[in-house]
Design a protein around this ligand. Structure first.
Ligand code: HEC
Ligand code: HEC
Length: 391
């Protein structure tokens, strides 16, 4: 049985990025009862004020659990017309993330959300149910009553106790625990089944273009991508995660399509606020957002915390020419001065990373990667898509 499945998925998926490793149910039998409930809850659109939005609406299993929307932010609320502030991130491989901490060398690390404000997957999951521009339920009680009438309500009582629905807070706690268990246990959330993994397992070989892309990705004098998106295995995971869960201030241009940005004095400053509130005095951390994993990145429609870019090649070109040709990325004032790093208040623009490659250049210098090299890099990144083989 297992062997047959292996061959089918191998033959169908070999080399086709369309396989995506999406909503397969092959892992169901190995999940705990709580995780199986989490799976039901994750895709249940009735658990929203609109009746039309679930976790899966913004984290699409067929796209590496990234946003399916072509817009920079998702629209939620009771009429699905309330814009969010940030791009819904891809949520795979987060079981290897930790709670937020500041490492001994001062590096902010871990935490959930783009600003790390939630300390666990369970704590994170409390947010969307009640957020008025996401699932927009009226209250915890509202969510729990919907669960109590769902098709899986009996199962929920079997797993969490016959009288679990008598205590709203306890029941809601079990809901978010189940969602966390699902994301931790379902193999689709961390399948390590990409071509990159197949090559490491000796079951495939890179093309020469992919190999060149890998070199540009790793080389400190070229893309230097691996400095923040490591391509080597960390201690706590079976293979490379392409994120070290640290934070950096990249100076991503302000996105005028985000409604909150209509207010010229509003700035989403990531770690230092305003969404996250407990680091507001650490102005040195303003502008820093969490490094996302690059696994499945070629399936994404939008890039960076504010969804500013809709094209991966453009996002990479931004990396290498942000400072060599800033006029390509930032608006100019009437005098022709380029307003660089314009998504931060002037006084905080010095936080933007200008020392590490590929950000160690100045105006007029040659970019760290040519267009041909960016193309190579794209093809390497495409080898990080899950569903290429069955590990
Ligand atoms: C309306 C779209 C939307 C819905 C619905 C939604 N999310 Fe999200 N999700 C987001 C956005 C936007 C963020 C980033 C928010 C931020 O950083 O402040 C996010 C962040 C996350 C993260 C953190 C990722 C990381 O890298 O730390 C996880 C995990 C997650 N969501 C899981 C869920 C679960 C579970 C549900 C259902 C209970 C859910 N989401 C429902 C839009 C959505
Ligand atoms: C100095 C650390 C650093 C380096 C070097 C770096 N990145 Fe990133 N990367 C980040 C951070 C931080 C973010 C999130 C920034 C944000 O959204 O504001 C990010 C986001 C991204 C995203 C958006 C992904 C998504 O889901 O939105 C892509 C694509 C990406 N990086 C690719 C690369 C490539 C390719 C390279 C090499 C050319 C590279 N990065 C080098 C830190 C880095």
């Amino acid at each position: 049985m297992k062997l047959a499945l292996f061959f089918v998925s191998w033959m169908v998926c070999l080399g086709l990025s369309a396989c995506g490793g999406g909503g397969s149910s092959s892992s169901e039998t190995s999940m705990s009862a709580a995780a199986l409930l989490g799976q039901e809850i994750f895709k249940d659109t009735s658990l929203s004020g609109s009746g039309r939005m679930s976790c899966a609406s913004c984290h699409d299993p067929d796209l590496g659990h990234a946003s399916p929307f072509t817009t920079s932010v998702a629209f939620g609320g009771v009429n699905l017309d309330m814009p969010g502030l940030r791009l819904p991130p891809a949520i795979r491989y987060l079981r290897f993330n930790t709670a937020f901490y500041i490492a001994s060398d001062g590096t902010p690390t871990g935490g959930f959300f783009w600003d790390g404000r939630a300390s666990s997957l369970a704590e994170q999951a409390r947010g969307p149910f009640l957020n008025d521009h996401e699932m927009a339920n009226a209250s915890v009680r509202d969510v729990v009553q919907k669960i109590a009438t769902a098709s899986y309500a009996t199962k929920f009582k079997e797993v969490f106790g016959a009288d679990i629905f008598n205590n709203d807070d306890m029941a809601f706690d079990r809901v978010v625990q189940a969602l966390a268990r699902y994301q931790q246990e379902d193999v689709d959330f961390a399948s390590f089944s990409s071509k990159f993994d197949a090559v490491n397992a000796g079951k495939a070989t890179f093309t020469s273009q992919e190999l060149r892309g890998l070199a540009w990705f790793n080389r400190a004098d070229k893309g230097n991508c691996a400095a923040c998106h490591p391509s080597t295995k960390p201690n706590n995971a079976p293979a490379a995660l392409f994120t070290d869960f640290s934070y950096d201030s990249l100076g991503v241009p302000r996105n005028s399509l985000i409604a909150s940005n209509d207010d010229v004095v509003f700035f989403d400053k990531g770690l230092c606020g305003p969404v996250r509130t407990n680091l507001s005095t650490r102005t040195d951390l303003c502008g820093a957002f969490k490094v996302p994993s690059l696994r499945n990145v070629t399936l994404r429609k939008r890039f960076f915390h504010n969804g500013q870019f809709d094209d991966l090649r453009k996002a990479i070109r931004f990396y290498v020419s942000r400072d060599t040709q800033p006029e390509l990325w930032y608006p100019q004032d009437p005098l022709g001065n380029v307003r660089v790093y314009n998504d931060l208040p002037t006084l905080l623009r010095a936080n933007v990373n200008v020392t590490e490659a590929p950000y160690n250049r100045t105006r007029g210098q040659t970019a760290a990667l040519s267009d041909t090299e960016i193309e190579d890099l794209w093809f390497f990144l495409d080898t990080l898509t899950d569903g290429y083989f069955s590990p």
